[in-house]
Design a protein around this ligand. Structure first.
Ligand code: S3P
Length: 176
């Protein structure tokens, strides 16, 4: 991946991975360092639907959310010079990944279930993990999706690392 020329068109940097792996924090840091625009797909969905993701799931259902998510991914995948953080469920549709790869290099952030649990403990905006026994929900969902994450992109382990350290690691790979 070439980065350098000021007016050169750059491929997107795409971050995917399970909830709580740090996609947004790392994405913002990468965008800042590379002077690229940061797009958080979840945030774009919330803006377009004028409600939080929790409410989209509750009022319109997960199927509707996945349709809007796919559309948003298609829209931003067509652009360049972006750092894109996707929602953790973006890997559920092959078409999402195919679109993201067209103009982008995809990194998949990973973490242990315990790390994920700790990172999202103060947060209740994720409908798929709502309610009691979050650890069990995390483990089940992670188990079901792990083959998809394993093939989604360049794997970056985020356990025991800060977003700045993860950004460093991705910068190192991206500049090769
Ligand atoms: C989801 C992950 C969330 C959000 C929605 C569904 C998922 O994004 O898109 O709650 O299915 O894994 P984050 O990964 O940014 O939390």
């Amino acid at each position: 991946m070439q980065r350098g020329g000021r007016y050169e068109e750059m491929k997107n940097i795409v971050l995917t991975g399970f909830m709580g792996t740090g996609k947004t924090a790392v994405g913002k840091e990468l965008a800042r360092r590379l002077s690229m625009r940061f797009i958080d797909i979840d945030l774009e969905i919330e803006k377009a639907e004028a409600m939080p993701i929790r409410d989209i799931f509750a009022k319109k259902g997960e199927g509707y959310f996945r349709e809007v998510e796919a559309e948003m991914i298609r829209k931003y995948s067509a652009e360049k010079n972006l750092v894109i953080a996707t929602g953790g469920g973006s890997v559920l549709r092959d078409m999402n990944l195919a679109a993201l790869r067209e103009n982008g290099v995809v990194f998949c952030l990973t973490a242990r279930p315990e790390t994920i649990h700790e990172r999202i403990s103060r947060n209740d905006d994720r409908p798929l993990l709502a309610g009691d026994d979050r650890m069990q929900k995390i483990t089940e969902l992670l188990d079901a999706r792990s083959p998809l994450y394993a093939q989604a992109g360049i794997l970056i382990d985020t356990d025991d690392k800060t977003p700045l350290q993860v950004a460093d690691e991705i910068m190192g790979i991206a500049s090769r």
